[in-house]
Design a protein around this ligand. Structure first.
Ligand code: SF4
Length: 264
């Protein structure tokens, strides 16, 4: 039962992009294919990078994949940390945000702070409908009854479009954030988006991230100081209580912990 609608949770559904068109790096020019040889090379690089710093991992990623190397950010502390590092290493790296139309204004304001401080212009990737159109199509906000479909339409589809033609993308996940993320390699093939996924902060802890943010005055979302450790769209994020998991405030009331970007 979900608390928000007092209705039973919808049955599990599998959402997929099934157009049959090449995706991600397979649609790049030149395309990058996950051959056995390439995957073995990436696994070997990933093993070597286990002891590297996030900056070293980012340098490797830029050397290996730019200009077909990109990054998606929701302006979380980890993403801000990576942008801070990229500003020194490769500020020309294209960075984008999935603007669902439901983000907090504090999150959107961070885009301007990033531009001012680092000169990095984070590009918004938009769904194909406005919030108003989407809610009219579904007779109300879908996040309240079927957040999987809402995340798929407003995050996954735009992300598939953004990944098309790239070879690699950086993700800001940490292994200690959730069981889903615990096995993330530093470098791996992202089957869902069909491109190389690089996680420079996989081995970092929350404390390491925040130590750097405070030491280097990296901009961060002020909502973190108001009890929101993990911030997504406004309707699907609540503050957490002491002792709760850091992602407990996401999709509270639903059996859902990920929007779909980082689980397979
Ligand atoms: S987090 Fe919530 S509002 Fe945002 S896309 Fe997912 S279900 Fe929709």
């Amino acid at each position: 039962m979900n608390e928000k609608s007092s209705q039973p949770d919808p049955p599990p559904q599998v959402f997929s992009i099934d157009s049959g068109e090449p995706r991600g790096a397979l649609a790049a020019d030149p395309p990058l294919y996950p051959t056995d040889e390439f995957l073995a090379e990436m696994a070997a690089e990933s093993a070597k990078l286990e002891t590297a710093t996030p900056q070293e991992i980012l340098r490797w990623a830029v050397d290996r994949f730019a200009p077909k190397f990109t990054m998606a950010t929701a302006f979380g502390p980890e993403g801000m940390t990576i942008m801070h590092m990229l500003a020194e290493i490769a500020p020309e790296t294209p960075v984008f945000n999935l603007d669902t139309g439901y983000q907090f204004k504090e999150t959107l304001e961070l885009r301007e702070r990033v531009k001012e401080k680092y000169g990095i212009e984070v590009e918004y990737k938009l769904p194909d409908t406005t919030v108003q159109q989407y809610e009219e199509m579904h007779g109300g906000p879908l996040y309240a009854t079927n957040p999987n479909q809402c995340c798929f339409d407003r995050k996954m589809r735009p992300l598939h479009e953004a990944a098309k033609g790239q070879h690699a993308w950086a993700s800001a996940i940490r292994r200690d954030q959730s069981p889903d993320r615990a096995a993330a390699p530093i470098v791996g093939w992202d089957k869902k988006f069909q491109l190389v996924k690089i996680s420079p902060l996989a081995n970092w802890t929350k404390n390491q991230v925040w130590d750097l943010i405070l030491k280097e005055s990296i901009p961060y979302n002020p909502l973190h100081d108001q009890g929101f450790p993990s911030i997504g769209c406004q309707p699907c994020t609540r503050a957490t209580q002491l002792g709760e998991d850091e992602r407990a405030g996401r999709w509270a009331g639903f059996e859902k912990t990920e929007c779909g970007l980082h689980n397979s």
